[in-house]
Design a protein around this ligand. Structure first.
Ligand code: SAM
Length: 167
């Protein structure tokens, strides 16, 4: 786990990617993160959009297998005053996507299950939702890289451990 400046421990090593995205997204647009854990990355993203004077509603999608993980995320949102724009969906990503209309998100980050078939399914389910870009974390994991290449080909951009596909 990585200890972040926000004091929310997690697996957040894509600050520069989220900072750029926060700059590009407009107020009133929506964002989703699949695989939220305690909220390290999502809370950072929302804080950045707020710093820039934007209001961006964000779906927070995670199974939060243990209740205390969900409560920790909930507390993170309250502590950092981002609870007003967070819409948690506590469900597997292949169910949660039914709650989100096509083309209703500016962007979506995939950081949930990293098994090959889940990566492929998440890309297939969430690509139709976005109007700007689909992103994902942990590209260094072979099952993730293979799933991304098999569905999106070589047109993804890589930034550290993060892949980005512009639609
Ligand atoms: C690597 S962590 C996410 C890290 C987070 N983005 C951060 O900044 O710390 C992966 C998360 O994905 C969730 N997850 C695993 N399988 C999932 C699935 N099928 N649907 C939704 N969430 C899932 C786990 O519960 C876990 O919280």
């Amino acid at each position: 786990m990585i200890h972040n400046e926000s004091n929310i421990d997690g697996f957040f090593d894509f600050k520069s990617v989220y900072d750029e995205l926060a700059g590009n997204i407009c107020s009133g647009e929506k964002f989703a993160e699949v695989g939220v854990f305690r909220g390290a990355s999502l809370v950072h993203f929302i804080s950045k959009t707020k710093e820039l004077g934007k209001r961006v509603e964000c779906y927070a999608i995670d199974i939060w297998k243990r209740d205390h993980e969900f409560y920790t995320f909930f507390c993170s949102c309250m502590t950092y005053n981002v609870n007003d724009v967070v819409k948690p969906i506590r469900a597997p990503s292949d169910i949660a996507h039914y709650m989100i209309p096509n083309k209703s998100l500016f962007s979506c980050m995939l950081d949930g299950c990293h098994k090959y078939q889940s990566v492929v399914t998440d890309i297939q389910n969430y690509l139709p939702k976005v109007t700007n870009c689909l992103l994902g974390h942990d590209y260094h994991i072979p099952s993730v890289a293979q799933g991304v290449q098999d569905t999106l080909g070589n047109s993804v951009k890589i930034n550290g451990n993060t892949w980005i596909y512009y639609v």
